[in-house]
Design a protein around this ligand. Structure first.
Ligand SMILES: Nc1ncnc2c1ncn2[C@@H]1O[C@H](COP(=O)(O)OP(=O)(O)O)[C@@H](O)[C@H]1O
Ligand SMILES: CC(C)(COP(=O)(O)O)[C@@H](O)C(=O)NCCC(=O)O
Ligand SMILES: [K+]
Length: 262
């Protein structure tokens, strides 16, 4: 069994892959920058307990973290639980991606993982969208990572409105009723702006990226906000909740032998 941990800015996702490469559980914990090594280890133990899985069955682990202050802490916590160091997505890891970037290891490890999975699972060229704390959109052509667009995520946009405009209240994105395009209350107007605005931004960017690609693209989206936003998009977008996890599993396989020798 392979343990995969994805530390994002909002959530830390924990997945356990069985011998056939299928997820036997997928768990989400909140990301807390101030967690100690022991707290991280206790939380992971709790996840195994919750899903009735054995820590002793884990043969190896892989970690992606885009929260620098937690990378070493989580590495140590996982290492303590499974008895060997996890592979950490970063410099030295073979990805198979030809990353067109000025500073190579600046690209977020979650973006590296979702790109590796998209190349494996979907026709090229592709646009990969991750709607988490930030919304990222990447263009992939074959194994070439052409570049990225970074935008504030849904919740960040909503929080910025209420924090910076005195008369706008803090509200939640969740409503039972469908969000009308034209709000007749301040809250509906804010929700429309953020939801339809995000969907329109994504649709518009897909068009621009398709122009750059010079041909039609496969579009795949993941992340905690994706399902909410895709409902309002006009492009045909595949929803793949497990893209980062699948990428981590593929990266583990690509690097397992080298990691064992290290
Ligand atoms: N189960 C959920 N239901 C609704 N919204 C969610 C859920 N989980 C996360 N979110 C939203 O998605 C965002 C986090 O998504 P996620 O992909 O986990 O981000 P990150 O990788 O940045 O931690 C949060 O801003 C939150 O608004
Ligand atoms: C773009 C991100 C902030 C997304 O993080 P997330 O929303 O998944 O928490 C993260 O991938 C990151 O910090 N990237 C480093 C900069 C880059 O990818 O160019
Ligand atoms: K995450």
């Amino acid at each position: 069994m392979i343990l995969a941990v994805d530390v994002g800015n909002s959530n830390t996702t924990v997945g356990l892959f069985d011998a056939a490469g299928r997820l036997s559980f997928l768990s989400a914990l909140e990301t807390d920058k101030d967690k100690t090594k022991d707290r991280c280890a206790i939380d992971l133990l709790g996840v195994f307990g919750l899903y009735g899985a054995e820590i002793g069955s884990v043969d190896g682990a892989i970690l992606s973290s885009v929260v620098p202050s937690l990378t070493a802490t989580m590495t140590a916590a996982v290492g303590r639980l499974i008895g060997c160091s996890p592979m950490v997505v970063g410099p030295g890891i073979k990805t198979g991606l030809n990353i067109k970037a000025e500073i190579h290891n600046q690209l977020g490890s979650d973006i590296v993982a979702s790109s590796v999975a998209a190349i494996h699972k979907y026709p090229s060229p592709s646009v990969v969208i991750d709607m988490g704390t930030a919304t990222s959109m990447s263009l992939l052509k074959g194994s070439v990572y052409e570049g990225c667009i970074l935008m504030p995520g849904l919740r960040l946009a909503l929080e910025a409105l209420s924090e910076r405009a005195a008369a706008l209240p803090p509200i939640s994105m969740e409503t039972a009723a469908p969000v009308p395009l034209l709000g007749r209350t301040t809250e509906d107007a804010m929700r429309s702006g953020v939801l339809y605005g995000h969907a329109s931004m994504v649709d518009g960017m897909i068009g621009r990226m398709e122009e750059v690609a010079g041909q039609p693209v496969t579009v795949v989206a993941t992340g905690g906000n994706a399902a909410k936003v895709l409902k309002y998009c006009t492009h045909n977008i595949i929803y793949d909740a497990d893209l980062v996890m699948d990428g981590l599993y593929l990266l583990y396989q690509k690097n397992a032998e080298k990691h064992r020798r290290a």
